[in-house]
Write a protein that binds this ligand. Structure first.
Ligand SMILES: C[S@@+](CC[C@H](N)C(=O)[O-])C[C@H]1O[C@@H](n2cnc3c(N)ncnc32)[C@H](O)[C@@H]1O
Length: 272
């Protein structure tokens, strides 16, 4: 199997080439179905039903190649065609075991609509292989540091007598919740490579750090601009990507070249 490579191809065909139980973690950011109207890849299906049938096919293949204690994350867009995503989540939960639903709080609203609040989040469905197998998940690897002010005020809490132990505890930071606040990428963001639905490095980092160990193999069946590959390499994970569009394969390869040659320069905006 080719490791640390983006395979140019259709994920349904390519997934069949992997042995079962190969990947610890699968991050799937599939076409949404007619949300990005100007993108050919988001408009490949005649109907919602076709799209849902296709989705269940690749989800079943992902289940096959996932390790027993692995996790599959699937991104879903709410906004214009929310009902498709709702059907997809419900059908996916019949194929695999529902584990959690993460809210990606994009911090800035998108898709202005007059008849409701401005949409500001996307969802990430978290599935595991079956009910009895506990997935690998490391909460400590995704703690969020408290700022100095908060630490100072929490240290004043009179319930805690041992201030040293309390300080040690606070310095570890708090656990990340299942609402992940990571600003979506602006056109001017340092890490923006040119893909219309490129995900922020910080967001993918939460998934990879919590749900895999060093040297585990991670699969991204819809690789796009290569965000999963970039984050995997920075964090010493192995990865495999599949992408149907040769322009995006090239884009991902370029991003990877950059981090391999200049690992000391962060590719993302520090303030994210
Ligand atoms: C939502 S984007 C992924 C963006 C990616 N997460 C990033 O950060 O750049 C979905 C990608 O899936 C690709 N795609 C669409 N159909 C595919 C298929 N059948 N097999 C593999 N890739 C496909 C599209 O070309 C597009 O780049």
């Amino acid at each position: 199997m080719l490791i640390n490579k983006v395979i140019l191809g259709d994920c349904l065909t390519e997934l069949k080439n992997f042995n079962e139980k190969t990947f610890q973690l699968i991050i799937a950011d599939p076409p949404y179905f007619q949300v990005l109207l100007e993108e050919e890849w988001d408009n490949q299906w005649k109907s919602e039903e076709d799209y849902l049938d296709w989705s269940i096919k690749w989800i079943k293949e992902c289940r096959r190649v996932l390790k027993d204690d692995g996790l599959l994350y699937i991104f879903g867009q709410l906004g214009k065609r929310e009902h498709v995503w709702l059907h997809l989540t419900s059908r996916a939960a019949n194929v695999m075991q529902f584990h959690d639903m993460i809210i990606w709080d994009r911090a800035v609203g998108y898709n202005e609509r007059g008849d409701s609040f401005t949409p500001c989040y996307e969802m990430i469905l978290m599935l595991r292989k079956n009910e009895k197998e506990k997935p690998y998940f490391n909460k400590d690897s995704v703690r969020i540091p408290y700022d100095d002010e908060t630490i100072k005020s929490y240290l004043n809490d009179k319930r805690y007598k041992d201030k040293t132990a309390r300080l040690e505890h606070l310095q570890k930071g708090k656990y990340a919740t299942n609402i992940l606040r990571v600003p979506s990428l602006k056109g001017s963001s340092k890490e923006k490579a040119g893909h219309p639905s490129q995900k922020p490095i910080r967001l993918i980092e939460y998934l990879i750090l919590s749900s895999s160990r060093e040297n585990d193999i991670i699969l991204d069946p819809f690789m796009g601009s290569g965000t999963t590959a970039v984050v995997s390499e920075i964090n010493n994970r192995k990865w495999v990507g599949i992408e149907i569009n040769p322009l995006y394969v090239k884009m991902a390869d370029e991003r990877l070249k950059e981090i391999r040659f200049f690992p000391e320069f962060p590719l993302y905006d520090i303030n994210h």
